[in-house]
Design a binder for this molecule. Sequence first.
Ligand code: 9MR
Length: 496
Amino acid sequence: LTWLSSGPENLFGVPSFKMARFVEEVLSGCPRSSQEKKRMRMRLALGVLCLVWACAESVEPSAIDAEESALDSDIVSGETLRAAGATTRRKVGAAVDIDALSKDPTYASILAREFNAVTAENAMKWGVLQQTRGVWNFGPADALVRFAQQNKMVVRGHALVWHLQLPPFVNDSISADDLRNVMVAHINATAGHFAGKIYGWDVVNEAVDDTGGKMRESVLFKKLGESFIDLAFRTARAKDLNARLYYNDYATEIQNEKSDAVYALMKRLIARNVPIDGVGFQYHLDARTAPTVEQMVTNFKRFTALGLSVNISELDVRVKDVVGTQAQKLALQGRIYQRVAAACRQVTRCYGITSWGFTDKYSWIDSFFGADDPLQFDDAFAKKPAYEGQRLGLLGEAAPEEPIGAELLPNGGFENGLTGWTGSGAPFALTAEARSQTSAVKVTGRTETYHGVLTTPASGKSRQQVSRWFSRRRLSAPVCPTHMCESPARPLRMAG
Ligand code: 9MR
């Protein structure tokens, strides 16, 4: 029972506190007198009833069950994204632009057809809901909830506490006490208003700094320290017992300094008994540095080992700086969507994938990074390779890690046979180290991304770590011991 009740989206998909409550109910006290025995029998009966209820609810929220029967034929063939997701009982979501939803019927109909989950891109943020202190405007967010209910979708709430898009009254001059009060009031009002309608809340968003493994010096952290996170989660749980509660952040897809800091934060929260159910990994990717399936899965698994669920919460893949034709860029993007979906599928407690929009027409990317095409549908709502990639990944078909031609060898095996590299016309001196998978070789003189993907761009240093290399030729017999290659005996060309 302890095992069954461990973890948030556990074996039954029942929030752990419900299972824990049931276990407590059944096991509270051993019967001594006959009256006690009678009471115990009552408790057991109650417990069995609870179990029936829990299991019935556990499979998935009823909305999804209804959706599944409505889309039976789709599910068999997995023809839409939501149907492909439903084959593995995973949520497939999109962030929604409320304006587009109300004004663009094509947008609304594709959203309803393809997705079984929605996130408000902006409409549920603190500064949007509560522009004036004490006054909440839930209208647009309510419209999204209604749309979701009508179309048998679940709603992910985003985000109760974030250092951006704050209301004007939360600024550097607010006192710590006041900040604590307004934060609690906001969570009470918001989580309370939507209680029962939200699958899961991003309770705290982006609290870890981008470098140095530290907490972000936001107004919240500066005034309240890390305890603002504990308080936010506890307040949310008290208002909505059924919503899963998540921590959400970006640039955490692989094991790196930032994801290590998030991981350490999760451990601290768990040690303090903070009611947290899972972690959202945003996945705003640049196609040139997209992670491998193995990197994603390895990273997810250390979080699920803590008893947390994981989800991909804001997927999009930028391609404008990829070298190649538009068709090649979009094909690469398709393979990356497929890899991401396949990675989630490989992790039992990865409950779903939400993309940050679904059509390039309304993506936030253009205004932040310049014109790009990061999503599954183009500006005219035509399906792109990213659509098919995500669908196939959800159906369990893993994409190749990279477009490797017949004679190219992924770095996963290069230490078995390669002795050196050239790139951009000049040979590289290989230094001592060569590894497969997460990092490859250490070489000198590499400063540009076209030399290969730099995992640790160390400006001013003579050595850089690089990953995901491809070589043109492979020698028939291994010429260097595993993990160690000597200086190049035969120059090879590098691609990718
Ligand atoms: O997509 C959102 C965009 O419309 C807003 O202008 C922006 C404000 O900072 O927030 C965007 O959404 C962000 C999300 O809430 C949190 N993770 C990063 C997203 C992209 O910036």
